[in-house]
Write a protein that binds this ligand. Sequence first.
Ligand code: HEM
Length: 418
Amino acid sequence: MFSFKPRRVCSHPALDQLLVSPAMMVDPYPIYRQLRDEAPVFWSDQWKAWVVSRFDDVAVSLKDKENLSNENRQGLLFAGLTDDERQQLCPLRHYFAQKDVIGSDPPDHTRMRALVQKAFTPKTINALEPRIRELAESMIAPAVASGRFDFIHDVAHPLPVVLIAEMLGAPAADRHLFKKWSSDILGFQGTGRTTFGPAMISQTSLVAMFTYMNALIDARRAQPQDDLITALALAEEGGKGFSRDELLATCNTILTAGHETTTNLIGSLVHLLLTHPEQWAALKANPALIHPAIEEALRYEAPKQRNFRRVKKTHTFNGVEFAENEMVFQVIGAANRDPANVENPESFEIRRTKIDHLSFGYGMHFCVGAPLARMEARVVLETLIKHLPDARLVPGSMAWQERVQFRGPGRLVLERAG
Ligand code: HEM
């Protein structure tokens, strides 16, 4: 059990307030600039954590497996709650204390990562392309035919979740449940501060999802099928597979890690292209620009803005002491726009000669789903261009999601230009 006593003094209270202000949802980048310039390694009373924002520091921090840990890092998110609230959230805290592929350190991480990678081979991922295209067609063609449509509601949100539910092997009739679970579970982590209400919603959905997954795992163990649950349940590494708790937690990670982030990437990509008409026209004339456009969208609007670690050992980082069991937030959204690493960081430019970003993480926890997410973004963009080459964003229709940890449009209404 961690001690949650505040032990730090915030050096910049005004900046700290900005981290939990509405501006963080709409345009966090001026705040990030201030962090990088004035307080690159900063204790936040609001986030109850260290905040690291420069590109090099975030990269070093993401890679640091000696001093930082992913094990039970989520436990630290409950620091600001009362004892009574924490008590009521026992089931949620229990599940977050389980190790899984993302919530573990070596040697457990090495074993689980190898198990997951067996199910995410380039061959398996490439084989999904026709299905992704089919899904994109089935969502985009009717939406375009209907006239004006919300691209997030009709395409960017459902497509990744249907795909993941299918990959995991959930029956089609149950796929709507995955959509609800994944947004409820992340709702609690996505806010700047942990509050009790969203945490309770997260707990209810997490318990429901684990109950469902437990039954699905039993069914697949008894009768193996050609799906991810079967592959994970039967995979072994050095004679050892997942324990049941590890498997359940890993299924949760795959669902939540692969859903909202991909929705955000697809939404931001389309938003950025439609608000940069000259680049949109250039890309349609030259499909070779699709790949760099996806990378630039990843850099410019990191779908996961904020990553975090638990301090495993007290150590000094850039002259500042990080104490055991403190939390460190690595602000990927700030790192990606660090002028020390990229020229004109605040401009979206798909023809950059070099596009460097940390949006999929760095080091041993580098995103397993990166090739899948890139493929989904490409296929959706190709399908949109096929059906709506003269797409136009309805003025005033775009709204950002109300999240701090994740960033992407929550609403994006498109129509045919002219
Ligand atoms: C644009 C979309 C995506 C973004 C921005 C993203 C971002 C990230 C980041 C930043 C990490 C590193 C976390 C850390 O260091 O603690 C990560 C890890 C991970 N991601 Fe993704 N992700 C995306 C899509 C996906 C998809 C589609 C899947 C699977 C279906 C997925 C599965 C995972 C898994 C399993 C890990 C843990 C890897 C490990 O710990 O070894 N992600 N992702």
